[in-house]
Design a protein around this ligand. Structure first.
Ligand code: ZN
Length: 153
């Protein structure tokens, strides 16, 4: 199977069976993100234990890239410290936006499957929505807020 086909399969599999779907009752971090260009939406809730992501739930709708990216992100960050999450986010964004060589120390797991998306600039926002929403949520938490809504431009 060609790599592109394999990646497409992984993306569709996450889209059809999203991981960590749903909502948390009392999230420590809650963020909504919207990508109006494509009509993608995501609601992200995190439960923290100390500085570690204990639980994550994602709800959303939109294109397969955006929703698969949410699902992959939720798997990638669960159980990680906030510093590790930040590192993953920067690594993924660096890879998506190009220009940055992949850091062999950072294992992006299924997220690698989104690499092909960067050939399609208009879809990059779809892939990044989950991560930008996550980073926005963490930033607003640092400012003492528990909820934030972000709109991609
Ligand atoms: Zn999209």
């Amino acid at each position: 199977m060609a790599l592109d086909d394999l990646y497409r399969e992984i993306i569709l599999e996450h889209f059809r069976s999203p991981r960590n779907k749903g909502r948390l009752d009392n999230p420590d971090v809650f963020a909504e993100g919207v990508n109006p260009l494509c009509g993608d939406e995501v609601c992200l809730g995190l439960a923290l234990l100390g500085d570690r992501v204990q639980e994550v739930r994602v709800e959303g709708h939109g294109c397969s890239i955006s929703q698969a990216s949410c699902s992959m992100m939720s798997e990638a960050i669960k159980g990680r410290t906030l510093a590790e999450v930040e590192g993953l986010a920067q690594a993924f964004k660096g890879q998506m936006l190009g220009g940055e060589p992949a850091d062999p120390a950072v294992d992006l797991g299924d997220l690698e499957a989104l690499e092909g998306v960067k050939q399609f600039p208009v879809r990059i926002k779809c892939a990044l929505l989950a991560w930008n929403t996550l980073l926005g949520g963490l930033a607003s938490r640092a400012h003492g807020e528990r909820e934030v809504k972000l709109v991609e431009e």
